[in-house]
Design a protein around this ligand. Structure first.
Ligand SMILES: Cc1cc2nc3c(=O)[nH]c(=O)nc-3n(C[C@H](O)[C@H](O)[C@H](O)COP(=O)(O)O)c2cc1C
Length: 232
């Protein structure tokens, strides 16, 4: 069974992004029965904003996980094979709810926590500001190590019912095949290079240093080499 987690950053019960993701996942399940999927919106969970300390980066522990649903969301993301981030465009940016989630997950960007998974971004706007948001949300997800196979943008002119789902479903199902090769983006490769040199200099008890060391991340020339050696 493949697991799909889909986080939709809209509280609107009539959300177009939510309608799109629902439709996509129903059709995906019809096409490829061997999936379990879960859709979460901020109406389903409670997530506190960060307190601004950078403790998560060097300790690897997020204290807020004890008082809200942080650990549930993180667990769902870690357990998934395929990750979907869907955001509405609010004032040329992601929604506040998605930004809170991204802030809470920031430290995952230094350790490529979601490496080995594939994913998709969905950006929903009326008419403008979506290009920056599409690029941003893609950067965030690829920065966590996700192999993002498609970036969907929906605007006012796009009808959820008339969307051509099949090519997208085929792209997703391809990632479930045993011979599928995870790809590392140019952006993630440059992040790998830069974090490698800075994390190597950290005190050895730091969370990031320990994570890189325990996962043998220091020893690969590129992240693609690492993925090919251990995950592909
Ligand atoms: C506070 C707010 C700000 C918005 N800002 C923009 C914007 O900058 N550009 C745009 O094209 N649409 C903007 N919209 C429209 C939403 O992107 C649009 O309603 C979209 O469908 C929201 O996604 P959802 O339907 O999944 O909730 C805004 C809507 C709200 C409520």
């Amino acid at each position: 069974m493949k697991k799909v987690i889909c986080i939709v950053g809209s509280r609107n019960h009539a959300s177009k992004g939510l309608a799109f993701c629902n439709e996509l996942l129903i059709r995906l399940k019809d096409f490829y029965n061997e999936i379990d999927y879960k859709i979460l919106t901020p109406n389903d969970y409670f997530l506190e904003p960060i307190d601004g300390s950078n403790e998560t980066f060097y300790k690897g522990i997020d204290k807020k996980d004890d008082i809200d649903d942080g650990s549930v969301i993180k667990h769902d993301l870690e357990a998934a094979d395929f990750v979907i981030f869907c955001t509405p465009v609010y004032s040329h940016n992601v929604s506040g709810d998605i930004k809170i989630l991204i802030d809470r997950l920031s430290y995952w960007g230094h350790i490529f926590k979601l490496l080995g998974k594939s994913g998709l971004t969905v950006t929903v706007a009326d008419s403008n500001g979506f290009i920056q948001v599409d690029e941003y949300i893609d950067k965030i997800l690829t920065g966590f190590g996700v192999d993002v196979v498609d970036n969907i943008i929906l605007t006012r002119k796009d009808d959820v019912q008339k969307f051509d789902y099949l090519p997208l479903i085929e792209d997703i199902v391809e990632t479930f095949q045993p011979n599928y090769k995870i790809k590392v983006s140019t952006f993630t490769e440059s992040q790998f290079k830069s974090y490698k040199s800075s994390i190597q200099k950290q005190p050895h008890e730091n969370f990031e240093y320990r994570y890189w060391s325990e996962n043998k991340l220091f020893y690969s020339e590129t992240l693609q080499d690492y993925v090919d050696k251990y995950l592909n």
